[in-house]
Design a protein around this ligand. Structure first.
Ligand SMILES: Cc1ncc(COP(=O)(O)O)c(C=O)c1O
Length: 410
């Protein structure tokens, strides 16, 4: 693959001006893809088909082929992709518009609020199960333990599992799919952070009954605003999602279900089509930066690096490093130190879902202790991972983390 030259001048000008190393630099990315994006937008200006224009179908078809699934459906955000998927499941499985409060959906407490919130909006109750402390993803052993105890209660009504491929790293999908099969549960994958990621050579978003993607601007494939996608191999679920996103009917003026206006914008689809060309290259660039971080931060006392099983695309876990996240008991001090050095960093996430007011007052259930998720919220810190970031910048971040950790941890 011939790579375009990176407009370093822009990066230098910007970083000098702001004296900051950003988490992500979307201006730089735009410069890199400018011709493709500008011509995609120009095409829209010429045809003026703003609602469900040709770009939406073209993007759906391209991503369906990329994932190896039968249906992809563009929607207005990752959150809506989750809500519409759950609503379609309620209609298919229960013959009713929403789940009942007694219907439980197993998910992780260590994710963005939208994952759990979508379960509430679909009428069901999220059951939070703890994470694996190494990958930060939901722990299949804990799911099994919960199911073994819950299944003794005939009222339990557990309907499905909603795993999140956090930071771009796959959940253990072999285990999750086997559990779902055994207990007759649906699986809805939250792939918001992991476009292009794989598990055992299979694309994330191709294994569950349905999957939800986000095209929020900072995601691995990001639009110029909100956007999302649902993927599925189930024809009936696809038809339901298509109805729900357009007010709930096959016919616009004679509707069947309680629907939404949740379409993907033509303009966003056009931008996404232009950026889609680069997504594998950009994921490779992210993996390369992660490799440099792994090398440079190796053996640093008190700082735990992310677990990536392998960098090979056909290997067990094809991590796409939406975030490069370290963990340290001196997180707040390290964060302060990096801030002083003008190195941007983020805590994803400072609070586990079960501690938030929205999930309290009986709105969620907790499966036996969520210690790993609670500890992760105290210790994690994500470092800059702009795919076009220069090696010098990565080296600067490494040096600052090493200095900071040595000072703070003694
Ligand atoms: C894990 C996860 N799920 C769901 C979402 C929701 O996506 P959106 O912001 O496009 O609604 C996000 C986005 O931040 C996310 O990170």
């Amino acid at each position: 693959m011939v790579l375009k030259e990176i407009p370093w001048s822009l990066l230098r000008e910007e970083t000098d001006k702001m004296k900051q190393i950003p988490m992500l630099d979307l201006r730089l990315e735009y410069e890199y893809m400018k011709e493709d994006i500008d011509s995609a937008i120009k095409k829209c200006l010429e045809h003026q088909r703003w609602i469900l224009g040709p770009e939406v179908k073209e993007l759906e078809d391209k991503i369906a082929e990329y994932l190896g699934v039968k249906h992809c459906i563009g929607v207005s955000s990752g959150t809506d992709a989750l809500v519409l998927s759950l609503r379609a499941l309620a209609i298919k499985l229960k013959g009713q518009e929403y789940f009942d409060r007694n219907d439980k959906i197993i998910t992780t407490p260590f994710t963005f609020t939208a994952t759990g919130d979508a379960v509430l909006r679909a009428g069901a109750t999220p059951v939070f199960v703890d994470i694996d402390p190494g990958t930060y993803n939901i722990d299949p052993v804990k799911i099994k333990e919960y199911l073994q105890s819950a299944i003794r209660n005939p009222q339990s009504a557990i309907r499905g599992i909603l795993p999140v491929h956090l930071y771009g790293q796959a959940c253990n999908m072999d285990e999750i799919m086997a559990i779902a099969k055994k207990y007759n549960l649906f699986v809805l994958e939250d792939v918001a952070q992991a476009f292009g990621g794989m598990w055992q050579g299979k694309k994330l978003g191709s294994m569950g009954d349905l999957s939800a993607f986000s095209f929020f601007p900072s995601k691995n494939l990001g639009a110029f605003g909100d956007g999302g996608m649902v993927s599925t191999n189930d024809h009936e679920l696809a038809k339901l999602v298509i109805m729900l996103l357009k007010h709930g009917g096959k016919d616009k003026y004679n509707v069947d279900h309680i629907g939404y206006n949740a379409r993907l914008d033509t303009l966003q689809a056009a931008v996404l089509l232009a950026k889609f060309k680069y997504v594998d290259e950009f994921n490779d660039r992210r993996r390369k930066i992660a490799g440099l971080y792994n090398e440079g931060l190796k053996g640093l006392d008190g700082v735990v690096l992310p677990i990536a099983y392998s960098q090979s695309p056909i290997a067990l876990n094809h991590h796409v490093f939406h975030q490069y996240t370290v963990s340290t008991s001196s997180r707040d001090h390290l964060q302060k130190y990096l801030n002083e050095k003008n190195i941007n960093n983020m805590v994803y996430y400072p609070f586990p879902l079960h501690k938030m007011a929205v999930f309290q007052n009986g709105r969620s259930k907790i499966a036996d202790g969520l210690k790993n998720a609670e500890l992760a919220c105290k210790n994690v810190l994500s470092l800059p991972i702009e795919p076009l970031q220069k090696e010098e910048v990565t080296a600067q971040v490494i040096e600052a983390v090493r200095e900071g950790a040595k000072k703070l941890l003694g």
